[in-house]
Design a protein. Structure first.
Length: 575
């Protein structure tokens, strides 16, 4: 296979029983729980469709029969371009049954990135599913590439491509139990591209099984659990925790419909396990503060008996009153935010990982307050800190096989002894808990010769109710500076002169409070409020809400010196 390089030591290869591999889990539920509801899918307009395990297996088998009939060589790549939905998961299962390798794409990519991934992966076909911006992405699909539409696909895709339902109707289910070995390539997960073009991370069926095996030792999951699938399934955490957690445990999955139905979707699912990225945990907090301002909420929570009633009411309003395990990851969780949720009665476990290790590295221990860390390593994971650079390095049975068609990049990702280079800086305390202090490449040096780690300062900046995304920068400046964009509610107020003045004063006070917590060389010279949103569409944000720092530098660095010299604490930037 082109570019396939096995880099981790042989004793760290996956050793889980074959019956725990993904397809074998499907066959298990097909036989033992055929009538149990596996998936609940909103169909639009308030309609809901449930799929039993028997129906999931039947449709996956019919689509697999169609794919296998194409006669492509084993291991061929088949792409999935769609928001999360039942057909997405059944597509993945069908691709595996047919003997192929799945290639998920984020449903918010530009057409250039769609074209780059479909071409680089050598995709033989593509499922085009539930999408909000299909017209913008469509030019990225190579002419002549066979495509299949879902029942929830955009009308243009349904008209243009073979329909899922029609394929199911004319194909008999693929018979028997196709077995894919633990060492076989299951998928290419393309990184979100914060530092350049996405790379195709290769993972085997054994990698996934090992990761889920170790994951459920830390986060217990059973067939009685419920999860809401709403973060992109193209992302490694959703893929491992949701898709493979579902296959392992037989739990029930619910899907989100639209952005404006998200609250109702959560209420429908009443998830018992809920994972979200920090940006969304902050948004949930803002929603609560809109009806219960911080000072009033704090006062109510401090009153005996009343505080308990308020906690239950708030969590029920969020749809999280049944949640027994809450988790965050993909970026650091601000300490103030973690403390807020803990006081609300919903402690959030913070995890750490990356695409290259299936996001299976560290997680705080449920029931223990380990805020400020990402907890100890999962069982079976080894971690160390490079004495020279401070880099976090690790090894486990979930390490990638390598980057697809990029052997040189693969070699660079590993130490000579097979440990993965994470690119993150950190330290491990006496209790074995990992503290992340920043990214090696994100550190910058001011003109005073001091190195600044931006991430901890950004954690503080984003806690202002009006801030949506932020970046701390300032290489070769006297002091760092902060760039922030505003959330839609704040943007709507900017046109009013009095409201803008109040917002500027509030941001100035926020800056002053933050600087009081920082060492002198870290203190921000000013806050620059950028009124143009940073989005996936303008290539400043990745599909997982991470800022592309190199793009920010390209666009704004020419202004840094003038901003530093202007003498104002809050500066408005309109472009």
């Amino acid at each position: 296979m082109s570019g396939l390089v096995i880099c981790h030591p042989i004793h760290f290869m996956s050793t889980v029983p074959s019956e725990m591999l993904a397809l074998q889990r499907l066959y298990h539920w097909e036989k033992t729980a055929p009538d149990r509801i596996a998936l609940t899918q909103p169909m639009g307009g308030g309609a809901i469709k449930d799929y039993t395990w028997a129906e999931v297996a039947d449709q996956a088998r019919r689509i697999a029969a169609h794919l296998k009939a194409q006669g492509w060589e084993p291991g061929s790549k088949v792409a999935i371009l769609s928001k999360n939905c039942a057909s997405w998961l059944m597509s993945d299962l069908a691709i595996w049954m047919a003997g192929y390798v799945s290639v998920p794409l984020y449903p918010t990519l530009s057409h250039d990135t769609v074209a780059q991934i479909l071409t680089h992966s050598e995709a033989r076909a593509c499922f085009v599913g539930k999408l909000d911006g299909w017209e913008a992405m469509k030019p990225g699909v190579p002419a002549g590439l066979p495509c299949i539409s879902y029942p929830l696909s955009p009308p243009d895709a349904i008209r243009s491509y073979e329909a899922w339902d029609a394929i199911c109707a004319r194909n008999k289910p693929l018979e028997g139990e196709v077995i894919r070995g633990a060492d076989e390539l299951a998928t290419l997960i393309y990184t979100s591209g914060t530092t350049g073009l996405p790379k195709g991370v290769m993972h085997s069926f054994g990698n996934f099984a090992w990761a889920v095996d170790k994951g459920i030792e830390r986060i217990t999951m059973t067939a009685e659990d419920r999860m809401l699938s709403y973060l992109p399934l193209a992302h490694v955490v959703e893929r491992v925790l949701v898709e493979h957690g579902w296959l392992r445990t037989g739990m029930r999955l619910f899907f989100a419909d639209l952005l404006n139905t998200f609250s109702a979707d959560v209420q429908r699912a009443r998830p018992t396990i809920f994972f979200s990225v920090p940006r969304l945990w902050v948004k949930f907090q803002h929603v609560v503060h809109q009806s219960l301002p911080p000072a009033r909420l704090d006062r109510l929570l401090s009153i005996p008996i009343i505080g308990g009633l308020v906690r239950r009411k708030v969590l029920k309003a969020l749809g999280l009153d049944q949640c027994r395990i809450a988790a965050g990851g993909a970026a650091p969780m601000p300490l103030e935010l973690l403390a807020w949720y803990r006081r609300l009665g919903l402690p959030v476990n913070e995890g750490y990982g990356m695409t290259e290790n299936l996001a299976l590295s560290h997680l705080t221990l449920p029931g223990q307050n380990q805020e400020g860390t990402v907890g100890p390593a999962y069982d079976g994971v080894d971690a160390r800190i490079d004495a020279r650079t401070g880099e976090i390095q690790m090894r486990s049975g979930a390490l990638m096989l390598g980057y697809f068609k990029a052997p040189e990049l693969t070699r660079e990702a590993f130490c000579a002894d097979g440990w993965l280079r994470t690119g993150d800086k950190g330290d491990i305390d006496a209790q074995g808990r990992l503290h992340i202090t920043g990214r090696l490449k994100d550190l910058f040096k001011t003109s005073k010769g001091k190195y600044v780690a931006p991430a901890p300062i950004e954690d503080k900046l984003v806690m202002h109710d009006a801030v949506d995304v932020c970046v701390v920068t300032g290489a070769n400046l006297g002091q760092p500076l902060g760039l922030v964009t505003l959330n839609p509610e704040a943007v709507a107020r900017v046109g009013d002169t009095a409201a803008r003045a109040d917002l500027e004063a509030s941001l100035g006070k926020h800056l002053q409070d933050i600087n009081a917590t920082l060492d002198p060389y870290e203190q921000l010279n000013c806050l620059v409020v950028v009124t143009t949103p940073w989005t996936v569409d303008n290539d400043l944000i990745t599909p997982t809400f991470k800022v592309k720092r190199n793009r920010i530098e390209e666009i704004y660095s020419a202004h840094y010196e003038s901003w530093e010299a202007c003498g104002r604490k809050v500066i408005w930037q309109t472009a």
